[in-house]
Design a protein around this ligand. Structure first.
Ligand SMILES: [Zn+2]
Length: 225
């Protein structure tokens, strides 16, 4: 099979999908064609190394996934009533998952060496060092600005920590804060009060392909496979 317009890398992958998977899963896809009922929503980074379906061994129809830079959930106030406010893609996906698909849980999954976290950390370190924050209107800068408070906290609380440690510290804080901000949405509060939704945090190490699960005290512990 070949297509004159489809890039080879993608066409080759699709050919593998058709030859290796579709036969086994034809029935599953036939059923999924009628509708979806995913059990879990995952909010993950767009990073190519952190695929929720791969990490959780999930097939089609199991996970409702939103991926953005640095797995950030902005607070409800970020959207507000202002018609000029940014389009609320993450909030819309949350609302759809909770109120319409009625997922049982939401997992915010951070990861090691996150570029979005590194950007927020770098800015906080420049500001802590007395450098004027450069005027930066890039989309990335504005988006990771949601992390600014956590980034400043990570820098201020750990003056002698190496860069890798600070980065991991902020990756962990950012997962916890995304969960806290999620609690501000009324549809999430309602679902939790009804006992049909739980919120969780996780962090993936990449190099060791190991998952860590956030505990009630904010610590991340390795998941024994
Ligand atoms: Zn990332």
């Amino acid at each position: 099979m070949s297509s004159p317009t489809m890039p080879d890398q993608l066409a080759d992958g699709y050919n593998r999908f058709v030859s290796q998977r579709l036969d086994e899963q034809k029935q599953l896809y036939r059923e999924l064609g009628q509708g979806q009922s995913p059990h879990t929503m995952v909010i993950s980074c767009a990073d190519s190394r952190v695929d929720p379906a791969t990490i959780f061994g999930a097939g089609p129809g199991e996970l409702f996934v939103i991926r953005n830079v640095a797995n950030i959930v902005p607070a409800p106030e970020a959207y507000g009533e202002d018609p000029d406010a940014p389009l609320a893609g993450t909030a819309a996906a949350l609302e759809f998952a909770v109120d319409h698909l009625r997922v049982s849980r939401i997992v915010v999954m951070g990861h090691a060496k996150c570029g979005g976290v590194a950007a927020a950390l770098g800015r906080a370190q420049s500001e802590a060092g007395g450098e004027a924050g450069a005027e930066d209107a890039s989309y990335i800068s504005r988006w990771v600005g949601v992390m600014a408070e956590d980034a400043s906290k990570a820098v201020a609380d750990n003056p002698s920590m190496q860069q890798d440690g600070l980065q991991q510290c902020l990756e962990h804080l950012n997962v916890g804060s995304s969960i806290e901000r999620m609690r501000g949405f009324t549809f999430i509060q309602r679902a939790m009060e009804e006992g049909r939704l739980t919120l969780h945090g996780a962090w993936f190490s990449i190099a060791s392909a190991e998952l860590f699960w956030m505990q009630d005290d904010g610590e991340f512990l390795s998941v024994e496979a």
